[in-house]
Ligand binder design. Structure first.
Ligand code: ADP
Length: 502
């Protein structure tokens, strides 16, 4: 089993010369059954901010189904889930960040009602908060990562793979490789999955002393552009790097918020694996958050019942096509274009629009104000509402996703699973999963992010809605496509195995 090493190739970019990985011996950690530990800041249904939670809540289940034992390690937050459940302490200890010492406990559910095994790290002073991310992320996630590795160090049976997710766990591959304290673990292969390269967890060099001791001459592994960059450190030190779609992997070579040259340099150890969806959660036939369950056999009545509920709740007429947007109100999602798109679309086109999301305060404000101008065919819910999101996927006719950046995008997969037609900008995972109706697909795509392109595509969709006598057929075909995790979980398992045999 070998690690793919970074090479000191002839690059003008000095940043890349900082790191040349030390030689490692081959050692086979694989027992008859691989066991992987996923380390993540989010996991559905425990704590969710976005798609990361959905992935980490689902992938381990599907891996278990295909013969890989998988567990999740995550922070213990002060949230609805932890308040509702009882936990038992399985270990406790202390960690230090610089001069400060923090007590922590390792917790498990007293009665595990989840279909995955989760180990919680509780650092009461830092992690036990009613939010997942905020301004104090550096200390919080540093403590989380160190406590997680200390705990793994204490395990009798070590994992075969440590799978890290996003920058919150990006220092783990570095610590395993470099910190003296984790020498015993440094043959365990690490995978870093990049769910979103926009966020990198930067912090200044003067906080480097939070990390357990390592050879300071290797500190270039932590640095990118003069600051500590946990995502970059993860990319440099992980044995393999994955992103959540093949197209996003390609796009990152050109546009990765400053990490383009690093990702190009490391491209041999990078692979794009498309996310799937957890069909035990996202299935209109069994989803208990819907007002009426349905399948391809009663799609028309099922979707109409759900649309009726939405129309009643938000004051829309049932006869017009309903367009919805669900997501973070940020630039990446092109949320800044939404107010103008909505205003123009509702002035010119025969449709209703519903928004569910939160984020940028100025955009939230504009979306609130639009309600005064379009009281009958526009509405919004500013905030986060899991149940409402399920009802919107089920009851809408079209789902808008004009995202500038969409590493994979899960919303379009949920929409298709619920027979709702996605309207997407051709980028990242949206490009890999949505084919336009004019190419015999189930969606509408546009190539440039602009208000006009969004409006033209909405018009195309309205015309399609009005002129297609039987939308049932396209919905049926769309719902038959298998977007479940089965195939992708197998690709992750194969990736693990390829490390073993390479
Ligand atoms: P990202 O992780 O970039 O936010 P994804 O498409 O990967 O985007 O995943 C978004 C997930 O978050 C989906 O499950 C979506 O339904 C959910 N989501 C986003 N915003 C909201 C919201 N305001 N209320 C409920 N669910 C939301």
């Amino acid at each position: 089993m070998k690690k793919t090493r970074s090479k000191n190739v002839n690059l003008t970019n000095l940043k890349l010369l900082f790191y040349e990985l030390t030689k490692q011996n081959s050692l086979d950690y694989f027992t008859s059954m691989m066991n992987v530990i996923h380390i993540s800041a989010e996991c559905y249904p425990i704590a969710k901010v976005g798609g990361l939670a959905d992935v980490v809540g689902a992938l381990p289940k599907y891996q278990e189904n295909s013969g890989v034992k998988a567990m999740v390690v995550m922070p213990f937050y002060d949230n609805a889930f932890t308040r509702k459940h009882q936990f038992k302490k399985i270990a406790e200890a202390e960690i230090s960040l610089g001069e400060k010492t923090y007590a922590y406990q390792i917790l498990r559910l007293k009665k595990n009602t989840l279909s995955i095994e989760v180990t919680f790290i509780n650092v009461p002073e830092l992690l036990f908060k009613d939010y997942v991310y905020s301004d104090d992320d550096t200390e919080r996630f540093m403590a989380f990562q160190i406590a997680a590795l200390d705990w793994i160090l204490s395990l009798k049976q070590k994992p075969s793979i440590i799978h890290c997710h996003d920058h919150h766990t990006g220092l783990i591959p570095f610590m395993l490789q470099e910190c003296y304290r984790y020498k015993e673990l440094n043959q365990i292969p690490t995978i870093l999955s990049i769910h979103n390269a926009q966020y990198q967890g930067w912090f200044p060099h003067d906080l480097m002393h939070y990390l357990p001791a390592f050879d300071i001459s290797h500190n270039g592994l932590l640095d990118w552009d003069g600051v500590i960059n946990p995502l970059a450190a993860g990319i440099k030190c992980a044995w393999r790097v994955t992103t959540v779609s093949e197209s996003y992997m390609e796009e990152l070579q050109q546009d990765a918020n400053g990490l383009e040259s690093l990702l190009s340099h490391e491209r041999d150890k990078c692979v794009g694996i498309l996310n799937g969806i957890d069909t035990s959660v996202w299935n209109p036939e069994t989803d208990d958050m819907l007002t009426k369950n349905y399948s391809i056999n009663n799609i028309q009545t099922g979707k109409t019942a759900n649309k009726k509920w939405l129309c009643k709740e938000f004051g829309f007429s049932l006869s017009k096509p309903l367009f919805a947007f669900i997501g973070r109100l940020v630039y990446e999602k092109s949320a800044d274009l939404l107010p103008e798109v909505i205003d123009k679309a509702l002035s010119e086109k025969n449709c209703n629009i519903l928004i569910l999301g939160s984020g940028d305060k100025a955009i939230e404000q504009q979306l609130e104000e639009l309600k005064l101008k379009h009281p009958t065919n526009y509405n919004k819910c500013i905030g986060y509402d899991e149940q409402l999101s399920h009802r919107i996927y089920a009851g809408s006719d079209f789902l808008l996703m004009p995202s500038r950046v969409e590493p994979c995008g899960l919303n379009q997969l949920y929409a298709m699973q619920y027979g709702t037609i996605p309207i997407v900008h051709s980028t990242g995972g949206l490009k890999d999963t949505v084919t336009d109706v004019k190419d015999d697909g189930f969606g509408f795509r546009f190539d440039h992010v602009s208000v006009q392109d969004c409006l033209d595509t909405i018009q195309r969709a309205v015309t399609y809605y009005e002129e297609t006598p039987n939308l049932k057929n396209i919905r049926k075909t769309m719902m038959k496509v298998d977007h479940s995790w089965d195939a992708s979980a197998k690709k992750y398992n194969d990736l693990y195995k390829s490390i073993k045999t390479s």
